[in-house]
Design a protein around this ligand. Structure first.
Ligand SMILES: O=C(O)CCC(=O)C(=O)O
Ligand SMILES: [Fe+2]
Length: 258
């Protein structure tokens, strides 16, 4: 994985900063970290970057009990002792395996932003794990790739909505895209069909290997803003010690041109 490191240079430099982020997400590695993004109660700098995409800032309405900010577009990723949703890794201190945000949506957000307000106070835990689809594909066989690109997996089977789409798709520019979240897929497919699928088990083994390679993880520090192309890069995090006040603020954006 390759990270494009950038610096916040104030509102006057926003256009230039945004152009570099956009260019990276469009043609580059799909992973940027902007350093020194100021944090204030109104999230002014953070929202100014998010709004530069001219896309739709998505609300996470799934968990009304969670604290939300800025007209509910900012979701606080923090350990929540009151959380009872077993699928809401973001509200726990547990390991969150490599995944796509909104993997079960018909159209997952193209951009996921995570602003680190406070890292875990325990050095070396709560690390961010990143990998891009091309690195994953180098560890799969041709046969596995074509199965992942052809099989329509059951991502969601709600009454008014069904989402049955492959894990790998090719976009018009010939680049691969990926959607994956093992917990949500297992929930919809049922555990025994999920366990019987050898291609899914192989993919999970590959992702576990990627997670174990230290060169695929970084420790975000306060004021670091991670921006990933959510359809080309998987992200996750290692477990962290409970009660360490780790806090990230998350924004998801639907962007037509990415
Ligand atoms: O806690 C993290 O570092 C990642 C959180 C995350 O991936 C999410 O909330 O979707
Ligand atoms: Fe996520």
């Amino acid at each position: 994985m390759h990270i494009h490191w950038l610096q916040w240079g104030g509102i006057s430099e926003l256009k230039n900063l945004f152009n570099q982020i956009h260019e990276n997400l469009l043609h580059g590695s799909g992973i940027c970290v902007v350093k020194n993004v100021p944090i204030d109660d109104d999230n002014v700098s953070y929202l100014s970057i998010a709004k530069s995409f001219s896309g739709e800032l998505l609300r996470d309405s799934r968990m009304p009990s969670r604290s939300l900010e800025a007209d509910t577009v900012i979701y606080r990723v923090e350990e929540d002792p009151l959380n009872t949703d077993a699928y809401a890794h973001s509200a726990t201190n547990a390991h969150f395996p490599l995944h796509t945000d909104c993997a079960h949506f018909l159209y997952p957000a193209e951009v996921v932003m995570l602003l680190c307000v406070q890292p875990s106070t325990n050095d070396g835990d709560g690390k961010t794990i990143l990998t891009d689809v091309d690195d994953i594909l180098t560890m799969l066989t041709e046969q596995q790739i074509s199965e992942l690109a052809i099989s329509r997996f059951t991502w969601w089977q709600g009454t008014n909505k069904q989402v049955r789409v492959p894990i790998l798709t090719k976009s018009d520019d010939g680049r691969w895209r990926i959607r994956f979240n093992q917990a949500t897929l297992m929930r919809e497919m049922n555990a025994s069909d999920f366990a019987k699928s050898s291609v899914l088990q192989s993919l999970i083994e590959v992702l576990e290997k990627i997670e174990l390679n230290p060169s695929n993880s970084i420790s975000l520090t306060a004021n670091d803003l991670l921006i990933v192309h959510n359809q080309r890069v998987l992200h996750g995090r290692t477990a962290f010690t409970s009660n360490t006040s780790r806090l990230l603020k998350r924004i998801r954006v639907k962007v037509n041109d990415l």
